[in-house]
Ligand binder design. Structure first.
Ligand code: NDP
Length: 614
């Protein structure tokens, strides 16, 4: 007996969630376990549909010709039914000008009289200039759109039914929702439209340059770290002054590797301590939610106490500076071994636990991007642990070691102003990340990317050893800055931090609880997945305000190093490239997830990261 009715690639009619409308879609894959088809609408939106929500085109055409239909889709007049399209596709009516013939208008009204609430949906989705405004949340008072259809519909249909549909598809601030709630004891938009999660399927669109690109990155990333650290050690770290390669044996010391392991497992012990609350992550494609313990900040406090004890007993923390390269090599070796382990274990992971972006079937690609989404040993979540603990806290410890090394080498009683600024700014960044640890659960790293070489190397090597480059640079290249300059840089960092923090909190709170009273003034575009897209507040300013804040901070971290060399600016240059690329990836995913709603969002918020520039 065949387990599925429709084949991959077949063009069928798929029901649009929450409506009675069927649109032409193409089947892209089928999940045997969940019995769900992944289908692609013409505007690019991909959704998972049950078989009962899919019909063959021929049966659909046959039904359309029947006049005594009783199903919702069949109740529509043949004219309105023939407008089969996804909400993302422009309606035919878009091409009509206001001066079109009376016949057209009469036809339109007639159609409206014959259709039920499905048409209200169509009218609202009709992306004429003015309807776009409505859909995108322009205040009611500014609407001068072609509302004749809606008004007529409201006269024809019972108020309750119309409002219910408007509530699902139109946009307003939640203050208005409250009014609506007083009239209907209906649930809010977010609940009314049940989230439809994408079923994991094979990754077809390869990122990072595909197989060759990822292979190159596996070689290039460690080489870049080595190059940067060697450059930083030079008296003149100019771009053209290429550093001599060190002897291989000088890069490895078992004692250093032992200390690295000790550090990693100490952080693992802190992670396992039964302190801190346990929260749920966002729903997985199976609908299941994983639990995460939030105790990163406690781990930081315990680490700070441990470092304090070591310093009290005169342990020489500048050992880290003296063996910096060896520590970096140890961390790289460990992250490579971890990545191999992650890939091997991912081969046995069930299909639904694989990462949406790392399931191409190509070994190198999946090894790099991460094959398994949330690898766990019991309740120990390897990715979540590595994201914020050993590397991030390690970065602060390295910075402190650099500060002490500077004082020792240059015989200073207090660290330089430049070193204090770099240490303080980056300490704030790390403490903020740990304090708001829960927010990491809604980031791409956790929800989309698998755990493979990219994140393992990034978390354990790139973050601690490259992000501390400014402090490392200052040890060998003392820089004097004046108090007014220091004050200006501090203001810049505070501005960046404010944008970064408030944007991230706004989105995180909205994702966790869209009904949060603190967000009552914000407007959003509802989407078919049940999630909204904020169009006011920070997310109405640019499409990635958090990246903007992060980049401003990155600049503030480099400026204390002066302008003698470009090396300390490596971080800000790399970071702009990273976030521009990351933004493009995210944009692509959001377009797939939200289709038309995302396009509307982009129309409403045209700039991606830098207002009026990009
Ligand atoms: P974001 O936190 O920016 O999350 C992007 C997601 O937010 C989208 O996929 C979408 O997910 C949701 N979203 C997009 N637009 C809207 C909107 N208008 N309203 C509501 N939700 C929206 O992504 P990242 O994980 O890339 O970044 C998290 C933080 O980490 C950022 O501050 C970034 O700067 C920082 N970062 C730092 C790095 C570093 O090395 N220091 C590296 C990478 C990131 P959905 O709709 O599915 O919820």
């Amino acid at each position: 007996m065949p387990s599925r009715k429709f084949a991959d690639g077949e063009v069928v009619m798929g029901r649009w969630p929450g409506s009675v409308l069927y649109y032409e879609v193409q089947v892209t894959s089928y999940d045997d376990v969940a019995h769900l088809y992944t289908v692609k609408y013409k505007d690019g939106t991909e959704l998972a549909l049950k078989e009962s929500d899919i019909r063959s085109q021929s049966s659909f055409k046959h039904r359309k010709s029947q006049s005594s239909s009783s199903s919702p889709s069949r109740r529509n007049s043949s004219r309105s039914r023939s407008r089969s399209r996804s909400p993302g596709r422009p309606a035919k009516g878009r091409r009509r000008s206001a001066s079109q013939s009376r016949e057209h208008k009469d036809d339109k009204k007639k159609t409206i009289q014959e259709t039920s609430l499905a048409l209200v949906v169509l009218v609202l989705f009709k992306p004429s200039e003015n309807n776009t405004k409505r859909y995108n949340g322009e205040p009611e008072s500014t609407e001068k759109n072609d509302t004749s259809c809606i008004i007529l519909e409201q006269k024809l249909k019972p108020d309750l039914e119309v409002k219910r549909v408007l509530e699902q598809y139109s946009l307003r601030s939640r203050k208005d929702d409250k009014k609506t709630e007083e009239i209907f004891s209906e649930k809010k938009t977010f609940v009314a439209v049940k989230p439809i999660e994408k079923v994991p399927s094979k990754t077809k669109e390869l990122e990072f340059g595909g197989r060759i690109g990822t292979f190159m990155l596996i070689l290039l990333l460690p080489a870049t770290v080595l190059y940067l650290l060697l450059m930083c050690k030079q008296d003149d770290p100019s771009l053209l002054n290429f550093p001599p390669l060190p002897a291989l044996e000088s890069l490895w010391e078992w004692r250093v590797f032992g200390i690295f392991l000790l550090w990693f497992f100490l952080q693992a012990v802190f992670y396992l301590l039964p302190i801190g609350k346990v929260v749920e992550g966002l729903p997985l494609s199976s609908g299941r939610k994983l639990q995460y313990r939030i105790n990163g900040f406690y781990a930081f406090i315990l680490t700070a106490a441990a470092i304090g004890v070591l310093l009290y007993f005169e342990f020489e923390l500048h050992y880290l500076y003296d063996h910096f390269m060896q520590f970096a090599v140890s961390a790289a070796a460990f992250s490579l071994a971890l990545s191999v382990y992650l890939y091997v274990r991912s081969l046995k992971a069930p299909e639904e636990e694989l990462a949406p972006g790392g399931n191409s079937g190509y070994l190198i690609y999946d090894f790099f991007t991460g094959h398994e989404l949330n690898p766990r040993i019991g309740s120990f979540d390897l990715k979540y642990f590595c994201e914020l603990r050993p590397g991030l806290i390690g970065w602060v410890v390295i910075n402190l070691a650099m500060l002490l090394a500077e004082m020792r080498i240059h015989n200073l009683s207090v660290p330089s102003l430049a070193m204090i600024l770099v240490n303080s700014f980056q300490l704030l960044y790390v403490v903020d990340a740990l304090w708001n640890e829960e927010a990491v659960l809604t980031t791409m790293d956790i929800t989309h990317d698998g755990f493979g070489f990219m994140l393992a190397f990034g978390d354990l090597v790139w973050v601690p050893f490259v992000y501390s480059l400014q402090a490392f640079y200052l040890v060998g290249h003392p820089t004097t800055i004046t108090w007014p300059v220091a004050a200006a840089i501090t203001v810049l960092n505070c501005v960046g931090y404010y944008i970064f923090r408030s944007a991230n909190s706004q989105k995180n709170n909205f994702r966790r609880n869209p009904a949060d009273p603190k967000l009552a003034n914000l407007k959003f575009i509802p989407t078919a997945t049940g999630k909204g897209l904020l169009v006011t507040g920070w997310w109405g300013f640019v499409r990635h305000p958090n990246y903007l804040g992060d980049i401003i901070m990155a600049l503030a971290w480099s400026l204390p190093c002066g302008f003698n060399h470009i090396l300390p600016y490596f971080y800000v240059i790399y970071f702009i490239c990273l976030l521009v690329h990351r933004e493009a990836r995210d944009e692509h995913h959001c377009k797939q997830k939200y289709g038309l709603a995302w396009e509307r969002y982009c129309q409403r918020v045209p700039y991606r990261i830098f207002p009026y520039i990009y």
